[in-house]
Design a protein around this ligand. Structure first.
Ligand SMILES: Cc1cc2nc3c(=O)[nH]c(=O)nc-3n(C[C@H](O)[C@H](O)[C@H](O)COP(=O)(O)OP(=O)(O)OC[C@H]3O[C@@H](n4cnc5c(N)ncnc54)[C@H](O)[C@@H]3O)c2cc1C
Length: 364
């Protein structure tokens, strides 16, 4: 299901959910237009959209769901519903963050934004606590046109990184300035000044280049946690660095995404994604190969999460890897979960769609 109908006049697109982010973006950017998905081209539109969608355009254009105008959904009773702000508005609210709980999305209608040429790419910096904290504060105060993803990790043996830094802590930042290219270059200047970069691959580029070809054979196992942070100051950065360096995994990483901007201007109850005021999304992961090492890496990631937990106890559903009552409450804070359960009871009372991050229907 990979059909894509782009309306360049209206700047909208009807997309089938089997398209990947890269497939959609390649076709839309050919018209100088894009919708924001995640950081990886091979991720499917179905899952990322229904869970929220946090990516390279999050500060400029919000989450993926903030560009979702309508959807065609097959519900548990076999009906095909046209769902939007006015038609089945409760279902439209629920599918924007509530995942695959409410039916099978057959088509999505997205808003397209003027994004063709961007200033972006990757920047590799030495990771000191000072550099990490300064990176985060620069990313927070930068123009909303700039969205960043900072991976604090030990340097993998990438050919463009000097051999002597392999295994040393680095910041591998993925950055997109979606706007005027000259202004984009200016926006990158403070980051380039944080330290002498190990590699600087930031440049004017087509937005599609943010989704390079991937190794389809590479599927390591990860012990992972997702959380939100209020701040990454020097002390937090020290803790992150310590953990990344003490992991015995093939690769250990703390991925930090500064949020805000357009995403934060949507009211928390407007969609089922309620974390509008969360400042920073953090994903912690140890990637490993031997199943017998699982307990070691799970213990490491559990302790890592505990050591940096702050006041924001929420979590993004699309990065939660096993869901129970605690994780459901973290994904859907306050009244969000109760409302989702009511919508679930209306559209899928028998929980037909349960092989997912399941939201059980409200009983009675
Ligand atoms: C390498 C990698 C990088 C990622 N990066 C990001 C990122 O930057 N930002 C981000 O927001 N997320 C990111 N994610 C998380 C991603 O959004 C979720 O894993 C998402 O569920 C993937 O969707 P999919 O359609 O590819 O997967 P699938 O496994 O096909 O779907 C996952 C679930 O979504 C639901 N679903 C999918 N399609 C439909 C449909 N048509 N109708 C109803 N339900 C459906 C189902 O419940 C299904 O089990 C990343 C994931 C990976 C693996």
């Amino acid at each position: 299901m990979k059909d894509l109908q782009i309306d360049t006049n209206q700047k909208t697109a009807w997309a089938e959910p089997g398209l990947t982010a890269a497939e959609y973006t390649t076709q839309s950017v050919a018209h100088g237009l894009a919708t924001g998905f995640g950081d990886t081209g091979s991720v499917g539109l179905g899952g990322i959209t229904l869970g929220g969608g946090v990516g390279f355009l999050v500060r400029k254009h919000g989450l993926t769901i903030d560009s979702l105008l309508a959807a065609e959904v097959v519900t548990a009773d076999g009906k095909i519903l046209q769902v939007n702000e006015t038609n089945h508005s409760d279902l439209f609210w629920a599918i924007r963050g509530g995942g695959g709980n409410f039916g099978v999305a057959m088509r999505f209608k997205f808003r397209l934004h003027d994004v063709g040429q961007v200033y972006g790419g990757m920047l590799f910096l030495p990771a000191t606590a000072e550099a990490i904290a300064s990176f985060m504060s620069e990313a927070d105060s930068a123009s909303e046109a700039l969205s960043t993803i900072a991976n604090v990790m030990t340097a993998p043996p990438m050919p463009f990184l000097p051999e002597e830094i392999h295994g040393k802590p680095i910041i591998m930042a993925m950055m997109v300035y979606a706007g005027d290219v000259a202004k984009g270059e200016q926006a990158m200047a403070p980051f380039r000044k944080l330290a002498e970069p190990y590699a600087d691959m930031l440049r004017p580029m087509s937005y599609t280049e943010m989704y390079p070809p991937e190794e389809s054979e590479y599927h390591p196992v990860a012990a992972a946690r997702t959380m939100f942070l209020d701040r990454v100051d020097r002390a937090v950065a020290e803790t992150i660095l310590d953990h990344v360096q003490t992991s015995t995994a093939m690769m250990a990483v703390a991925q930090l995404r500064v949020l805000g901007g357009a995403m934060a201007r949507i009211p928390a109850d407007a969609t089922a994604y309620a974390h509008r005021k969360s400042k920073i999304m953090a994903n912690l992961a140890a990637l490993y190969e031997k199943p017998e090492d699982r307990s070691t890496h799970e213990a490491w990631v559990t302790e890592f999460e505990r050591s940096i937990q702050q006041s924001d106890k929420g979590a993004y559903v699309n990065f939660i890897n096993s869901i129970g009552e605690k994780q459901l409450r973290a994904a859907y804070p306050g009244s969000t979960l109760e409302k989702l359960r009511r919508v679930k009871a209306k559209y899928d009372p028998n929980n037909l769609f349960h092989l997912n991050q399941n939201i059980p229907p409200k009983k009675g």
